[in-house]
Design a protein around this ligand. Structure first.
Ligand code: GUN
Ligand code: ZN
Length: 428
């Protein structure tokens, strides 16, 4: 039976970062018709009710119906070490991240954390994530099995590292290639799952490993490739010393076949002019991780400037370098970081980044990230008065954007009133 969801609705007919807030589509009393896992129609509530009298109606009143959030860069294995104090990137990896990732050799631990992770992100209205796993193939199996059980569209890959990591977290060029290939053949395109070729970052891979993964990607160009790029200045100096012949950090990927339209680069904060030009030219994706970039002390991503230059940009928590599972909190951090750079991101831009922009960065905007006929029905319902502080501010609002902005800045999982995954309402 078809479902008809009624409330305020928000979607996009274009990119507000290039076209302004007019690219958004808002209805104060709209509806979304869902059938067989897909969005069938989006329109005015009265029109949809009249046209589909037999649909089962769920009326959300004044709440805002939107596409679910898309988190374009996360590390589910870091769930239990989120908010670990006092370190910058390399020390943070060695002190907190690597010891925790070693525990993922145990499939039971991986399964437990994967289930916990999806509980947390769904409670926060995130319906798709693109995650790193650990070097253990079992960590990928745990992640995809849990996503499949819940009917989620999800992206992930085995994190590959063959140097500058503890012995227990090192693979080899050959095993990284072979394990990634086997996992890719098992999971990529199975239901709603996509495998992502995942070298962690240049410092933890030898040139041989990057070349092996570049060769794997060349054989499977429909997969995405994700890695980290130019996150911290110390890291960049380290990359220069490890790859003395490289023109810049991006070149350590480019020269091994790891740059192309399906490349997804996390952070990309301290880019050199050649790197920016080349990333733009190949239309690779840049993923802004604002809570992580402030928490680990990495720097300020130039969202406004890079978007205006035409870069493909997504938004992400970077859990657990990022300090939140919430894409609302992540939008707030993106707003604050852009303000420090002299640019006030409009609520339409923030919402776009967290939904369609991230879907576009993952090259999945033909399937998720928007309220539009034909897209998969991953839908959230957002309460715009979820706490007394937010409610009293939203009560003053004259426009949708004024009503939405307090939830962006102060909202959390309490604002997520309902979540639909693949056309099915989640229990609870
Ligand atoms: N660079 C390499 N690995 C990581 C990671 O796990 N988190 C972050 N934020 N940066 C990285
Ligand atoms: Zn990361």
């Amino acid at each position: 039976m078809a479902d008809l969801l009624l409330g305020q609705t928000i979607g996009f007919a274009g990119n507000p970062m290039l076209e302004g807030p007019g690219a958004a589509r808002h209805s104060a009393r709209g509806g979304v018709l869902v059938d067989a896992g897909r969005i069938v129609a989006v329109g005015e509530a009265d029109d949809l009710r009249a046209a589909h009298p037999r649909a089962r109606v769920t009326d959300y009143g004044q709440a805002l119906i939107s596409a679910g959030f898309v988190d374009a860069h996360a590390h589910y294995p870091q769930t239990a070490i989120i908010a670990s104090w006092g370190k910058r990137l390399i020390d943070w990896l060695n002190s907190y991240t690597f010891p925790e990732e070693i525990s993922f050799a145990d499939p039971a631990h991986a399964a437990e954390i994967a289930a916990r992770y999806f509980d947390l992100v769904l409670a926060n209205g995130t319906t798709t994530v693109c995650s790193y796993c650990t070097i253990h193939p079992g960590s990928v199996t745990a992640f995809f099995s849990e996503a499949e059980r819940r009917g989620l569209r999800a992206f992930a890959g085995k994190t590959c590292m063959d140097r500058n990591a503890p012995e227990a977290l090192r693979d080899t060029p050959q095993s990284a290639h072979d394990d990634s290939k086997r996992l890719l053949e098992t999971w990529h395109g199975r239901g709603r799952l996509s495998y992502v070729i995942t070298p962690r970052f240049s410092p933890t891979s030898t040139p041989d490993q990057l070349a092996a993964l570049g060769a794997l990607w060349a054989g499977h160009p429909d997969c995405l490739m994700q890695t980290h790029l130019s996150e911290q200045t110390d890291e960049i100096a380290w990359v220069k010393s490890l790859y003395p012949d490289a023109r810049d950090y991006l070149d350590t990927y480019e020269s091994f076949g790891l740059l192309g339209p399906g490349a997804v680069f996390g952070h990309a904060i301290h880019l050199e002019p050649r790197e920016e030009a080349r990333l733009r030219e190949v239309d690779a994706s840049l993923v802004h991780c604002p809570t992580s970039n402030t928490f680990i002390g990495s720097g300020l991503f130039a969202t406004g400037r890079l978007a205006a230059a035409g870069h493909r940009i997504g938004l992400a928590t970077d859990t657990g370098g990022g300090s939140s599972f919430s894409m609302l909190r992540t939008m707030a951090a993106a707003y604050e970081v852009a303000q420090l750079g002299g640019r006030a991101l409009h609520p339409s831009e923030l919402w776009w980044l967290a939904t369609l922009g991230s879907a576009r960065a993952l090259r999945a905007d033909d399937r998720i990230g928007n309220l539009a006929p034909g897209l998969e029905a991953d839908i959230i319902v957002v309460d715009l008065a979820s706490t007394p502080a937010i409610a009293q501010r939203a009560a003053r609002a004259d426009t949708l954007w004024e009503a939405l902005f307090p939830t962006i800045m102060m909202g959390d999982d309490r604002a997520i009133r309902d979540v639909w995954v693949g056309g099915r309402r989640q229990a609870g």
